[in-house]
Design a protein. Structure first.
Lengths: 401, 324
């Protein structure tokens, strides 16, 4: 099964090998660079506090275990989606239903989630696989849900677009654009009522800012000073419409100015930068400082939905009519995963061998989850009449009694 | 026990349930949840519970009451969204695609202990067009995953609100202002009117007359006139539209053989249509008819809207036609 998951190399592997072939090993090159950086990295607290907003920052003060976990989660998200992509493209599993790939946006998910506690809430959208995995979601249950199996997160009721894990504060992915902002504000309101320190994060894309629920969620979060963080993952396209053609704002976070809420943009391809910005927002929220609007500038390597332009073993979708292939390659060159790997290796958090081993292990877990999903049972037909109400079944009105 | 206005009776229910649940929260628009009984007792939920459970203010933002309250409910905290009458459909999309679906869509993971306390205008002369509506409960009842109740008097209003606030599922409580002045004794202590249970207001053998909310008020006004006309009417108020108490309606029409449904909502695809379909299937051969507000928006002039609204006189007239 392993070969089915990401059979081909990621394009960034070419980048790494180019360094290797340049005469000095990539590891020793980056180690030297890391040491040089460490030697000159005397920064004031003010500079640290401001870092992250589009600027690359170091790893100082972050426990190695946490860094490794963040790296592993990005890999897990990447290879789970790549694995499911292969399953869809393979054509042997009769896959059907929605499939919105978030590959390319892992740093946005993992960077934000790294700033959260387990009991914090997230309200996710249709492109939420990476949100779930970053929040600790179980890929076995996710794989099963994509195959509409009984063992899936939603027992086959939801599929890819609606995966939910209430036990982890994941209020759910959602097939409708915009309610995330209301749900997160509501969940934050609940935290306020209960007197907890929980925060709630809403995730939406650049298209999600274009309807009224965005305004309502943010405005009420500001009004009631709710511990809300709205993360607008600006991947440049509302379905296939460039962001510049759907909104008069180029920097979507500027909308926060009108509500007088803190707002900033961050390089969504740099997990440490996202983490820094998210931490700032979370601290402010927990301290009673109200909501923050974060715009992560990121990119969707694949099409909006489905697999147009995607090929087995190749990272990214090419030949799509609304964007250029060179644009896709430009963003893939900024891929957050090799970026973090370089940082971790350069700072001796992990070795190249450990990084390889972690990646292999993740691929193994993904392959196992897909195998288990294949073997799992389909839901019973009449299970469909349950879960409409807490304690009552719905009548099978399609039959005449 | 005393006669109490509907608004006060409902607040009694909310107050009691909020006292028993330390987290229950209500979002609302501009009307502070305050009511005064005829004996001068005051319920002031803001004063008693305060922020954040009863916010000091509320924006004109139906999406927030319902979407925010849904977010609260998703965390396991019971929430009430009190929505004013003029925009009862503004949050329809959220109820349809989120509130009613999330439990099912997530395989039972997400509970929605949410009550939408929907004020409803009713066919009021002088308000015209947008502020004299009725019948939106039929649209909500068409949505899977939610329950819809429509009390027709203060006693039922308090009991249904109490039941709604104890229900595990989202409930929309349609509160027509016409019911507030109906004279019923309302016990001080807490009680439930079970969701899904009809009330047989009067037993009879000639014809079953069914109506809820403001139409039920008109049916009760028609009752003595029907008696004078020599018609033995069985009068039933379903009180809940979803789940509709079909069994009670079918049992009655099996006895009488005639069904007249009175509805202040519109004719096409209104609640009357659903009641008639359910009963006609359950009682083959029954004679059925409906008296509804026409498929036209409500005009302002008294002469027009009064003529359009099914009232006691028209109900008697309809019953006579059916008996003939």
């Amino acid at each position: 099964m392993l070969e089915e998951v990401g059979a081909g190399p990621m394009p960034e592997a070419g980048e790494a090998s180019a360094e290797k072939h340049a005469g000095v090993s990539r590891r020793s090159f980056l180690r030297g660079l890391g040491a040089a950086t460490a030697a000159t990295a005397v920064v004031s607290h003010v500079a640290v506090a401001r870092a992250g907003n589009g600027w690359s920052i170091g790893l100082d003060g972050i426990p190695p275990e946490k860094l490794k976990q963040m790296y592993t989660l990005m890999l897990k998200s990447r290879w789970w989606e790549e694995g499911m992509k292969e399953v869809f493209l393979g054509g042997k599993d009769n896959m059907y239903g929605a499939f919105h790939i978030s590959v390319g946006e892992e740093a946005s998910s993992v960077g934000v989630m790294a700033a959260l506690n387990e009991d914090d809430y997230i309200a996710s959208n249709h492109r939420g696989h990476s949100h779930l995995i970053a929040k600790g979601g179980d890929i076995d249950k996710m794989s099963a849900e994509l195959m509409f199996k009984e063992t899936g997160y939603n027992k086959g009721f939801g599929g890819s677009m609606h995966i939910t894990d209430a036990s982890r504060g994941i209020l759910g992915m959602n097939g409708i654009i915009g309610p995330q902002y209301l749900f997160a504000a509501g969940a934050a309101y609940s935290a306020k009522v209960r007197g907890t320190q929980q925060v709630a994060v809403a995730f939406g894309g650049d298209g999600s800012v274009n309807n009224g629920w965005y305004y309502s969620g943010l405005r009420n979060a500001a009004l009631y000073k709710l511990p809300v963080i709205a993360v607008v993952e600006n991947n440049g396209y509302q379905i296939s419409m460039p962001q510049q053609r759907t909104n008069s704002l180029i920097n979507l976070h500027d909308f926060g100015a009108g509500l007088e809420i803190p707002h900033e943009a961050v390089n969504g391809m740099d997990v440490m930068a996202v983490y820094t910005v998210a931490q700032r927002a979370v601290e402010r929220a927990r301290a009673g400082g109200g909501p923050t609007l974060i715009e992560t500038k990121t990119y969707r390597y694949y099409d909006h939905a489905g697999l147009a332009g995607a090929k087995p073993g190749v990272l990214g979708a090419f030949g799509l009519p609304y964007r250029s292939d060179s644009e896709v390659r430009a963003w893939i060159a900024e891929d957050p995963i090799p970026r973090m790997r370089r940082q971790l290796v350069a700072n001796s958090i992990i070795t190249e061998e450990e990084a390889d081993a972690t990646e292999a292990e993740v691929k193994q877990l993904v392959a196992a989850s897909i195998d288990a999903a294949r073997a799992a049972a389909h839901p019973k037909q009449d299970a469909a009449l349950g879960h409409v109400f807490a304690n009552a079944l719905v009548k099978p009105s399609q039959f005449i009694a | 026990m005393a006669v109490k206005p509907g608004g006060y009776a409902v607040l009694e229910a909310v107050q009691n349930e909020m006292r028993n649940d330390p987290h229950m929260t209500m979002l609302y628009e501009y009307q502070r949840p305050i009511a005064v009984s005829p004996m001068g007792q005051v319920i002031d939920l803001y004063k008693e519970f305060g922020e954040p459970r009863i916010p000091d203010w509320g924006p004109i933002d139906e999406e927030w009451f319902v979407g925010g309250a849904a977010g609260i409910a998703m965390t396991g905290v019971r929430a009430i969204a009190h929505v004013p009458s003029m925009c009862s459909l503004r949050c329809f999309e959220l109820v349809f695609n989120q509130v009613g679906k999330l439990r099912h869509m997530t395989g039972g993971q997400v509970g929605m202990p949410l009550v939408i306390w929907q004020d409803a205008a009713g066919r009021m002369p002088g308000m015209a067009g947008q502020h004299a509506d009725a019948g939106q409960e039929a649209l909500y009842a068409a949505i899977p995953g939610i329950k819809v109740v429509v009390p027709s008097n203060p006693y039922d209003a308090k009991g249904l609100m109490t039941a709604a606030l104890r229900d595990a599922d989202p409930v929309i409580f349609f509160h027509y202002s016409a019911i507030d002045t109906v004279q019923t004794d309302v016990p001080d202590e807490s009680y439930e009117v079970k969701i899904g249970e009809a009330a047989i207001r009067q037993e009879g053998s000639d014809i079953t007359i069914v109506g809820f909310g403001p139409a039920a008020i008109e049916i009760s006004r028609a009752a003595p006139m029907l008696k004078d006309a020599g018609i033995s009417a069985e009068i039933i108020d379903p009180r809940t539209l979803k789940p509709l108490p079909v069994d009670a309606l079918v049992a009655s029409v099996k006895k009488t053989g005639r069904l007249l449904v009175v509805d202040h909502g519109h004719e096409t695809l209104g609640t009357a249509a659903e009641i008639i379909a359910s009963v006609a299937i359950g009682v083959p051969g029954a004679k059925v008819a409906r008296s509804t507000f026409p498929d036209a928006p409500p005009p302002g002039a008294k002469e027009m809207i009064t003529w359009m609204t099914p009232d006691a006189d028209k109900i008697v007239q309809a019953a006579k036609v059916m008996m003939g």
